[in-house]
Design a protein around this ligand. Structure first.
Ligand code: AHR
Length: 380
């Protein structure tokens, strides 16, 4: 090879080497820069593999929820904590008010099953009809930093302070079944449950139909549920509003029996002792009390469903069976199977969606005519 050609080929080799080294340097500088800004492969794969719904709503707040994790408001994310948080399922704390009735047990069961189905971790607490026990459970949920708190409130007053605490902690609240009577309704996201006033109206309408054409006074007794609870207040109001303009209806007695079978029986015994055969109609605010009252009426020597017309609320299988036997005349449905609705609301809150303030469950009325058909399909 000539000297000129040798020099040319060695220049080309050096230029290729320099080009290669320059490219390496550029790539090195670029990767350092990406690592610093957190947008590199490591950063983005961290971001992709970590799905923390609590964080997702906090850090990517859509603006539809007030602040923080949900409509309950709360502390803004500092970002650092988010980056190290492991992926975990949504955690829901549910304060159930008690286990006073078959309806309640069906409601608890529905919530537990629906949580399992939805892959939501449920921390369930039974407050045994005590509001202060509900407060304790809610405070524990705050300490445990659950994602959402659901409450089935035993009574409707007295919730302002505790809900304010939950709002400060930035945990969204869902009210289930019974309402809360509070000054600031931004303290909960949504209320899922029945329209108790409408249930009372349906019971009243049935009584008007059943007794249409009756001459002389119609004596009514009422077994109310838990004093201060929404179903007791609203069912009573709906019922009384419906019958009040009809001249011959007289409410002879109206007593609380806490929604339980035992108290229903005991209270009906007292009413019968006091009023005896003056009673034409019993309006019971739930099935458990009606079933207890049936025992008291039979003990007294009268025929439930005939001597005394019985109208109840809930729609449990036991009540429909009694209706088939002719001992209950009408049952207004109150649906306890709220679990799936609750889990859907939890998921939607965690996704940052806006929920309606009130979600009402559709319900019907069972009469002697429909009971036989319905009883086999009852789930509770
Ligand atoms: O809040 C719903 C009511 O509470 C149901 O009618 C009753 O059975 C329950 O105890």
């Amino acid at each position: 090879m000539k000297r000129k050609e040798r020099i040319g080929s060695s220049h080309r080799k050096w230029s290729r080497l320099w080009l290669f080294l320059a490219l390496c340097l550029i790539m090195l500088l670029l990767s350092c820069d990406q690592a610093r800004s957190g947008n590199g492969t490591l950063g983005s794969s961290n971001h992709e593999t970590r799905y923390d719904p609590g964080t997702a709503v906090r850090s990517e707040d859509s603006g539809r929820l007030d602040e923080g994790r949900g409509a309950g408001g709360g502390a803004p994310s500092d970002g650092v904590e988010d980056a190290v948080k492991p992926a975990r399922p949504i955690v829901l704390g549910f304060s159930q008010l008690g286990s006073e009735s078959d309806w309640r047990n069906a409601n608890s069961q529905s919530v537990k099953e629906a949580a399992k189905e939805a892959g939501i971790t449920l921390i369930f607490d039974n407050a045994e009809q005590s509001q202060s026990k509900q407060f304790e459970a809610i405070r524990r949920y705050m300490e445990q930093e659950v994602d959402v708190i659901a409450i089935a409130p035993v009574i409707q007053s007295g919730w302002d302070d505790i809900l304010n605490e939950v709002q400060q902690a930035g945990i969204p609240v869902i009210i289930v079944d019974r309402a809360v009577d509070i000054a600031d309704t931004s303290q909960y996201v949504t209320f899922i449950g029945s329209d108790f006033y409408e249930e009372g109206r349906k019971a009243g309408k049935y009584v008007l139909d059943k007794m249409a054409g009756s001459t002389g006074p119609v004596g009514i007794v009422e077994l109310k549920g838990t004093a201060g609870s929404t179903p007791s207040i609203d069912r009573g109001k709906g019922f009384h509003d419906t019958i009040k303009d009809t001249g011959n209806y007289v409410v002879l007695g109206s007593e609380y029996a806490d929604f339980t079978h035992e108290q229903g029986k005991e209270t009906m015994r007292l009413l019968l002792r006091r009023l005896g055969s003056e009673i034409d109609i019993l309006f019971s605010h739930n099935d458990d009390m009606a079933l207890g009252a049936i025992e008291a009426i039979e003990e007294y020597g009268l025929q439930p469903g005939k001597d005394i017309v019985i109208v109840s609320v809930d729609g449990t299988r036991k009540a429909l069976e009694q209706m088939i036997e002719g001992k209950i005349n009408c049952v207004v449905e109150c649906n306890p199977l709220l679990g799936p609705n609750l889990m859907q609301a939890v998921n939607e809150i965690m996704e940052g969606r806006t929920l309606p303030k009130r979600i009402v469950t559709p319900e019907s009325v069972f009469t002697e005519v429909t009971a036989e058909r319905e009883v086999s399909s009852r789930k509770y």
